[in-house]
Design a protein around this ligand. Structure first.
Ligand SMILES: [Zn+2]
Ligand SMILES: [Zn+2]
Length: 229
């Protein structure tokens, strides 16, 4: 952002002046981000007390994606950063969080199998309104750290869905059914895709998008998100 160069924003969390305009948060706020470590549910990314535990959130649910890795605990700091990323025109926060997620996922065994990183698309009306797709910025940061190429041209969102936050899990599934399309599968055919969204809530959006990707010829999908609400 040009305005960022003229008026460098302070730390996204404490507003303190930053030593460089390229930084997003200050070193002390950086220590307030809590990465999710094992044990966690391989299907939805939720933290578990022990690796033998069955994930309560996944009981009775099946997903089209093969697994999920979530970067951070959904605490006040992460919530504020994601809010600024989505509603305060701070796409750089997405790039930064994507890099931080990258530092966590590079240790996963399946990461080397990913061929493409694909952000969940926004509907074009929503993207015009916001000026950017926040998930694409997360994906770019993740791509820069892992070296896995980002791909944004194959999946489209056919309609804007109602905000998911007030819906029950069942209604969320209906709300996002058939909202994604893959009009052109050439670049993703046979690929293992890392599908990026900002927050994993019920997994309905990621699942719906994974289903169309798999139907279009993608071989496997792994969900990657900054946090899990
Ligand atoms: Zn700070
Ligand atoms: Zn789970």
């Amino acid at each position: 952002m040009l305005t960022d160069l003229i008026y460098p924003p302070g730390c996204a969390l404490c507003k303190q002046r930053l030593s460089s305009a390229s930084h997003i948060i200050c070193p002390s706020c950086h220590t307030l981000l809590f990465p999710i470590h094992a044990p966690y549910c391989n299907r939805c990314g939720a933290t578990l007390l022990s690796i033998q535990d069955d994930c309560l959130a996944c009981q009775g649910r099946t997903f089209h994606f093969n697994g999920t890795r979530v970067g951070f605990v959904f605490d006040d700091s992460i919530q504020r950063m994601i809010h600024a990323l989505k509603y305060r025109h701070r796409p750089g926060i997405g790039y930064y969080l994507g890099e931080q997620l990258g530092k966590i996922v590079v240790r996963e065994s399946w990461i080397s199998h990913l061929n493409k990183i694909v952000p969940i698309p926004l509907h074009k009306g929503r993207q015009r309104e916001r000026g950017y797709n926040q998930s694409e910025f997360i994906a770019r940061g993740l791509s820069s750290l892992t070296g896995i190429p980002i791909h944004t041209n194959s999946v489209i969102r056919t309609r804007h869905t109602r905000s998911q936050t007030t819906l029950t899990p069942e209604k969320r599934l209906v709300n996002v059914r058939d909202v994604f399309l893959v009009p052109n599968n050439q670049e993703l055919n046979g690929c293992v895709v890392g599908l990026v969204d900002d927050v994993f809530t019920t997994g309905a959006t990621l699942d719906s998008c994974s289903r169309v990707l798999l139907e279009s010829g993608v071989s496997e999908v792994y969900a990657l998100t900054i946090a899990r609400a």
